[in-house]
Design a protein around this ligand. Sequence first.
Ligand code: SAM
Length: 487
Amino acid sequence: MRFFVVCPGGLEVSLAQELASIAQRPDCKALGAWVIDPTPTSPTGGVGLAAPLSAAMALNLHSRIASRVLLQMADAQYRQEEDLYKLASGLAWEEWFSSKQTLRVDVTAHRSPLKSLNFATLKIKDAIVDRLRDVTGDRPSIDTAFPDVRVQAHLTATHVTIYLDTSGEALFKRGWRDEKGDAPLKENLAAGILAITGWKPSQTLFDPMCGSGTFLVEAAQIALAIPPGAIRSGMYGDDAKPSRLAYRPLVTSAHGFGFQRLKPFNEASEQKRWVALKEAAQAEMIEKRKQFPDSGSLGISGSDINERLVAMFKGNWQRAQLPGLPVTRQVDALASKPPADAKDGVMLLNPPYGERLVIKGGRGQDRTAGDAERDSYEDVEEPEDRFAYNLETGRQSAKRSSRESLKKLQSEEEQDPKFVEFLRQFGQHLKDTFGGWNVFVLTADMALPGQLRIKESKRTPLFNGPLECRLFKFEMHQKRDATADLK
Ligand SMILES: C[S@@+](CC[C@H](N)C(=O)[O-])C[C@H]1O[C@@H](n2cnc3c(N)ncnc32)[C@H](O)[C@@H]1O
């Protein structure tokens, strides 16, 4: 089978590495051979692979960086809407789901000659519905909020590719976050950034502006070998309890993954494989818990100036079923100290940068259409979660929109000497207090190194939804011991 694994723009290399390591797991090797496409050199918004059908289960359970896992159903040339209808109605949908299940269709396009994507969506939807009605005598109904089955199509100038989505809810929704901090990061972007930093669970990790703690919860799950899909796959038995402040419905094991609602995955042989995958993951979790029995043993900690966010971080940590309470306190980053006096470690943060300004940008030639109006829940999903195959122009338009907003943002920052002064002081604090540390900062502010007055040793372009960012790496030199000269 052909799969396309979608990820946030800029994480393709990290995703390809992650897919390769998932493929190397003994339980995944047992499923059959995987051939991962060469790592894309341009931003494709994902990585393709050929693998047995069961690989979809392993990918949904284990990929921390993926947004979705799409199973390719057809790829063909087209010229007009009628060609889409013919192609979609020729596919044996009845072998994948029943007319009792609800459906949602989404179409994205890059340079498609078709005038209306909504009409193209309608054609594909009609084709699927008509096919099922002809075969079963019944029509599936449409549900845009929580459909049982999602079909995605992507149109280029000449080709249409039709996919069945095996993820259901986007994979960044792990099921532990129901509280929104100040611009929290998507969980899969945070996991991808952790991969770029090269952080290992044996190293100290500290986030002095941790907000709701996305980096830290993801890191703790990596250290404890907790699969990102642990909650959704029901590995814990109990789902996380939503808090009073829940801003979006928690994704639970009842939502699970899209593949669980597709017929071929419900056959006894696949069910057996699914159970084996979960058991193997469970065994690893038990082993790692022995190594890290409590939060103190993890070496992962964070702080934030905002008490409310510190409380949110605690709630997220608990809902993620991590041990005890996280090591955290409410403190100004300008007063933060290396945890446990660590002489080195990885600091990772995304300071406030006003990204809410930026989300409003247009998407140039890229177009997206789906079933009816998107409800507000879907509105918070960003383009790569809907379908990022067409990131090339997405990138251009995102660049445009983020550039405009950035100008606005930078001019606002220029008007806000307090923020500029804060960054100068923070840079000095890093030099004074965190010698020996590697500091990684995710920001949309390209001028950040100048404002911190520290030269970066590396910059990695990344997309936080439509917002173009950089992950800056600063290698803080050990301060020379002034008394050493006197000895
Ligand atoms: C963009 S948010 C970080 C989001 C976080 N990564 C998350 O996953 O939720 C920036 C955070 O910086 C915190 N912050 C702002 N000024 C601060 C300061 N002087 N010291 C510590 N934290 C600060 C804010 O309270 C906010 O939580």
